[in-house]
Design a protein around this ligand. Sequence first.
Ligand code: G
Ligand code: G
Ligand code: MN
Ligand code: NA
Length: 250
Amino acid sequence: TQLEQALRNAIIANEVDVHFQPIVDLRNDAVVGFEALARWCDADLGYVSPAVFVPLAEERGFIESLAETLLRKAAHAALSWPKELFLSFNLSSAQLMDPATSSRLLTIINQIGLDPRRLELEITETAVMADAETAQKIVTELRAAGVRVSLDDFGTGQSSLGRLRDFSFDKVKIDRAFVSRISVDRASEHIIKAIVSMCEGLELQVVAEGIEDFSEALKLKALGCGMGQGYFYGKPADAVATMRYLSDRY
Ligand code: G
Ligand code: G
Ligand code: MN
Ligand code: NA
């Protein structure tokens, strides 16, 4: 298709970009890391969402080359940041089904010189479930190299608490569906409180996603959530704007 060809060309031409959204320590609002988010604007097709082109690349079998371009750009940017903040990178389900993924990712950051302890990989429960055995193997290899792994969109999809016991993660990202309802219904507040308490027991870090205003930030702090992310702290921005954001602070 036209979209597929345009995407293949954009990857080769290095035109798929990566933006960065800050993740903060909720106790003091200090930036602790950034999530890398793929962005692509085609000359003819205009802006195409990663929710469209990532699955397309997976289906058509070129997710590896897309992921490699993105990780290269993201890791390069992270090297130039004024502090050793972590870089959080999303893994797709096809990558979690490919046993070569761990060595591929480690080779890339090793070539670029990014310390694996600064890399964090976001995976979803849905992606893990597609091939739990392979996913487990990949995660184990990455964690052995010092890379941290977070469970993204927690609380949505086919969540299983058993997954938290059987799988070794470092961090849980609470889906913004809960955060966006925290001011309007008590149920979301109770659910977040329960997730935070469970994660404390399991020694997992917690990030609340999609914080859009001050009152949500206050509530999450009060609930003991350690980290936050969302438009209130910063929208995803390109590498140059991200450097500016950081130099204003550090
Ligand atoms: O940034 P935005 O809200 O448009 O992202 C839409 C979806 O695309 C989200 O689910 C996000 O996790 C996913 N996404 C964004 N960038 C990447 C990426 O680099 N790799 C993968 N696998 N998914 C991404
Ligand atoms: O699936 P994942 O959690 O990786 O998706 C992250 C996406 O959520 C990013 O692409 C980003 O554009 C979007 N996002 C980040 N912060 C906010 C926010 O505060 N509000 C909304 N509506 N979307 C957000
Ligand atoms: Mn994510
Ligand atoms: Na998420």
